[in-house]
Design a protein around this ligand. Structure first.
Ligand code: FAD
Length: 371
């Protein structure tokens, strides 16, 4: 098989689609099922440039062009909605910095402006009085991550990619600086014709350490998401973030409010799964209620912290060749915001795999940035 992709999250599925579109022979191997990792689960994902690391903004500028018509491209729903993002500012020092942030984002092609007073209240009538202003990115939005990831894998399959689920890669055979073959949990040996793309997120750093003696400055976390009982009318109109609170809020199409932003679950080693922690659920809810008092007394329908995500010490991903291996690329360490940029980054990964030249936009994400 020419191109073997490991991992059926958004990165594996979208890179399989991009390679297949260009006529490549592709095999995608997924340990469980497509969208069973960070790219699946309840709620929706933010497609947000606002507040993002400046090095990732070129990806967002290009992804803005893709998201609105991605469903046509893949022939499947993405649930994408361009609702705009408000990064709420509650502290005078954050308001003081806002114009500089807006300027820097706008310079990268991300329309951004400061909203306050009557205009902000008209945009979000239920906001607490304490919120002084917000940075507004009208081109930001939300998408249905599970539907998009599955749709992307199906689109790749229609173009000829082979997608194999319940098939974990357990070992790599390396000779003369190339991965010659992969071995699966079924002890099947799969010969590699051209290139391997290791896009297995939480598994990537373990595989690099175990099999290639390469340590990545990466670790895992379990981000928590909650969905409230349905509300009618829906009090939230935009995708919401906050400059000084650990908080993100999204209106859900079924009338529920999704609350997240960085609160964590814990790993149950016995059951081998991520679980929520009551204090984290209460803490996250309290942050949402402080900003939207209309959420006081609301019931939480569902809380989930089952999806492992990877973090890096500088909060941007690592996308590179496996050191010492001629024919293998990897990408991991999305730091909780890898979703929105996936349409662009997976296209660049496919180009790198086909042309054997690192696209310039990926230079800042090399492993060599750590020395
Ligand atoms: C709760 C939560 C909320 C988030 N919110 C946002 C957001 O609002 N905006 C945003 O931009 N980003 C967000 N993110 C981040 C984003 O979802 C992730 O960065 C992105 O989905 C990562 O995609 P991936 O394909 O790299 O990884 P994953 O989706 O984790 O896919 C990796 C796949 O590899 C498979 N695998 C593992 N080991 C093996 C093996 N040995 N062999 C074969 N397959 C293997 C796994 O089963 C898994 O399916 C959020 C993440 C989480 C968890």
């Amino acid at each position: 098989m020419d191109y073997v992709i490991i991992g059926g999250g958004i990165y594996g599925a979208a890179t399989a689609f991009e390679l297949s579109k260009r006529g490549a022979e592709v095999l995608l191997l997924e340990a469980k099922e497509v969208a069973s990792g960070a790219s699946g689960g309840p709620g929706r994902r933010g497609v947000r440039a606002n507040g993002r690391d400046l090095r990732e903004l070129p990806f967002m500028r290009l992804s803005y062009e893709r998201w609105p018509s991605l469903h046509q491209e893949i022939g499947a729903p993405t649930g994408y909605e361009r609702c705009g993002h408000l990064l709420l500012l509650e502290r005078p020092q954050d308001v003081a910095a806002a114009a500089a942030h807006a300027w820097a984002q706008a310079k990268q092609g991300i329309p951004t402006r400061l909203v306050q007073g009557q205009e902000l209240r008209e945009m979000e009538p239920q906001l607490a009085e304490e919120v002084l202003a917000a940075l507004y990115c009208p081109l930001d939005g939300v998408a249905d991550h599970t539907a998009t990831t599955r749709g992307m894998a199906q689109a790749a399959a229609k173009l000829g990619a082979q997608i194999r689920q319940q098939c974990a890669v357990t070992r790599f055979e390396v000779q003369h600086g190339r991965i010659q073959a992969l071995v699966t949990s079924e002890d099947e040996r799969i010969a590699v014709g051209k290139r391997v793309l290791l896009l297995s997120n939480a598994h990537t750093a373990l595989a690099l350490a175990d099999q290639f003696q390469c340590t990545l400055p990466v670790w895992t976390m379990l981000p928590q998401v909650m969905l409230t009982a349905p509300l009618d009318p829906m009090p939230i109109r935009h995708l919401i973030g906050h400059a000084s609170r650990v908080l993100a809020i999204k209106p859900h199409p079924d009338g529920r409010v999704m609350i997240s932003g960085g609160w964590r679950g814990t790993w149950n080693a016995e059951l081998e799964r991520g679980e929520t922690v009551p204090e984290q659920v209460l803490g996250n809810l309290a942050q949402a209620q402080a900003v939207y008092p209309c959420l006081n007394g609301i019931a939480v329908d569902e809380a989930n912290a089952a999806r492992l995500e990877t973090l890096t010490i500088d909060h941007i991903p690592i996308i590179d060749k496996i050191p010492g291996v001629e024919n293998a690329l990897f990408a991991t360490g999305w730091s909780g915001h890898g979703w929105a940029i996936a349409p662009t980054v997976s296209r660049l990964l496919a180009e790198w795999a086909l042309e054997d030249a690192q696209p310039a936009l990926l230079h800042p994400f090399s492993l060599t940035r750590f020395g």
